[in-house]
Design a protein around this ligand. Structure first.
Ligand code: HEC
Length: 114
C-alpha cells in the first residue's frame, strides 16, 4: 500500500520536473495545441524544418539513405509519436529535447504532407 503510494509520488515528481527541460524548444503559444488540433502550425512547421527536414526533407520526401518518406508513412499518430519520442535506428530520440505537445504536433503535422 505505502509502496504503491511512494511509487506514484515519485512518478508525479518526475513528471513535474521533466517538464522543466531547458533544452526543449519553447513554443510561443503552447496552449494552442489541444489534442490533435494544431492551431500554431507555424511553430510546428519551423521545428520540423530545424529538427527533421535535414533527414526527412521539407515536404516529407527523404534526403538521406534509410530515412523513410514521411509523405507516405503508414504509421498512426500514436505510432509516429513513439518513433519521435524514442528514436529508431539512426534517428535520434526527441524525448529529452522536445515537449509532449510539440511531439504530438509534429506527428499530426506529418499527416499534412499526404
Ligand atoms: C538523423 C536523421 C533523422 C532526423 C534528424 C530525424 N529522423 Fe525520423 N527517421 C530517420 C530514420 C533513419 C528513420 C528510420 C529508422 C529505422 O527504421 O531504422 C526515421 C523514421 C521516422 C519515422 C517513422 C516513419 C515510418 O513510416 O516508419 C517518423 C514518424 C519520423 N522519423 C519522424 C521524424 C521527426 C518528426 C523528426 C524531427 C523531430 C525526425 N524524424 C528527425 C532519420 C531521422
Amino acid at each position: 500500500m505505502t509502496k504503491g503510494f511512494l511509487f506514484i509520488a515519485v512518478l508525479s515528481v518526475l513528471m513535474i520536473t521533466s517538464c522543466d527541460n531547458p533544452a526543449s524548444i519553447e513554443l510561443k503559444n503552447p496552449s494552442f495545441i489541444e489534442g490533435e488540433e494544431i492551431t500554431n502550425r507555424i511553430d510546428i512547421a519551423l521545428i520540423y524544418r530545424y529538427k527533421c527536414s535535414i533527414c526527412h526533407g521539407e515536404k516529407g520526401i527523404s534526403i538521406i539513405d534509410g530515412a523513410p518518406n514521411l509523405i507516405s508513412t503508414q504509421l498512426s499518430v500514436e505510432e509516429k509519436i513513439a518513433v519521435i519520442l524514442n528514436g529508431r535506428g539512426t534517428m535520434p530520440p526527441q524525448k529529452d529535447v522536445l515537449d509532449m505537445p510539440t511531439i504530438r504536433g509534429l506527428a499530426v503535422f506529418i499527416d499534412s504532407f499526404k
